[in-house]
Design a protein around this ligand. Structure first.
Ligand SMILES: Cc1ncc(C[n+]2csc(CCOP(=O)(O)OP(=O)(O)O)c2C)c(N)n1
Length: 315
């Protein structure tokens, strides 16, 4: 059976992302992760749903909240752990850390900590794909707050005008850092902005990977047919702070607990019968073992040699 649209496969992928990030928080508490992280806890269905309809040679670009996008595309867990732990075995030699890594081996063009700046890069990849004529698609994920950035508007307008094979996925977790998106824009749904670019826009349930996969399949097929970009607004909530040190004082009491009842993994488990639940429990155990193996392998890689600090630096 194809993995596309297969809910058990998508559960496993979402669990891998959740377990990867939960383990990183443990490692951070133990002093093994420098800097802050932006976790995708609660938002996993979006990356996993989109990834389930992509080809290996498609391009993906994410924000600093990008662990899930790389994992769902098949990035090596040991390389990712080592990267966030600033070890030489990381996908970028431990130089990029949690918010800046890329993985050329899977056409993951990188995270971007400059809000909205992934969209011009994705448009460039889409232009390259269009010129090469191999049917590749360029997917870019941004947050709701990023839709207010000038770079996003310019790149999306260009992508629409040139009919580029691009899919813009807006992960609408209702907050831009610590400010609610409804306090930053006059519109209820960000997808209606698509009309201003002359492209399709759709608002979907971002906590259901099958719904995400269906919307992504439409957008990706449209792009492959040479009909241009689509904007997908996927509604979700993050179960954690904006960054790993965020105390979330700005969130109303009870909001996270309520969101936890609607998060993608809980949804699948609470609708499962006993047979499926046993299968999901087995997956959880397999994923735990996979994560521990990857952490051990990452720890076994050297710390970077300080003498190489200036390598790969261009002025
Ligand atoms: C150009 C730019 N402006 C401001 C910031 C500071 N900043 C970091 S994250 C963030 C909020 C982005 O929110 P959103 O796009 O909704 O993404 P989310 O974090 O919710 O995934 C801001 C304003 C930045 N990194 N880059």
């Amino acid at each position: 059976m194809s993995a596309v649209g297969d809910i058990v496969h998508m559960y496993r992928e979402m669990r891998r992302i959740r377990a990867f990030e939960d383990r990183l928080m443990d490692l951070k508490a133990g002093g093994e992760v420098p800097g802050s992280m932006h976790l995708t806890n609660g938002q996993e269905a979006i990356a996993v749903g989109v990834a389930s309809v992509l080809r290996p040679d498609d391009y993906v670009t994410a924000t600093y909240r990008g662990h899930g996008w790389a994992i769902s595309r098949g990035s090596d867990l040991t390389g990712l752990f080592a990267e966030v732990m600033a070890r030489s075995g990381g996908v970028n030699g431990g130089r990029a850390g949690s918010p800046y890594f890329s993985d050329a081996s899977i056409n993951f063009l990188g995270e971007n900590s400059i809000v909205g700046a992934g969209v011009p890069i994705a448009a460039g990849a889409a232009l390259s794909a269009q010129r090469h004529g191999q049917g590749q698609v360029s997917v870019v994920a941004i947050g709701d707050g990023a839709t207010n950035q000038g770079a996003v508007h310019e790149a999306l307008n260009l992508a629409a005008a040139l009919t580029l094979p691009m899919v813009l996925v807006v992960e609408n977790n209702i907050y831009s850092e610590m400010v609610r998106i409804k306090d930053m824009t006059k519109i209820d749904q960000l997808a209606i902005r698509a009309e201003g670019y002359g492209i399709p826009g759709v608002t979907i349930d971002g906590n259901d990977p099958a719904v995400v996969a269906a919307a992504a399949a439409d957008a990706v097929e449209r792009a492959r047919r040479g009909e241009g970009p689509t904007l997908i607004e996927a509604m979700t909530q993050r179960l954690v702070g904006h960054h790993s040190g965020d105390a979330q004082h700005y969130r109303p009491r009870g909001e996270v607990a309520e969101a936890a009842l609607d998060e993608p993994l809980h949804r699948i488990r609470s609708a499962a019968d006993a047979t499926l639940l046993a299968e999901l429990d087995a997956i959880d155990a397999e994923v735990t073992a996979e994560i521990e193996h990857a952490v051990a392998a990452a720890r076994a890689t050297e710390l970077p040699d300080p003498n190489t600090a200036k390598d790969h630096v261009y002025a």
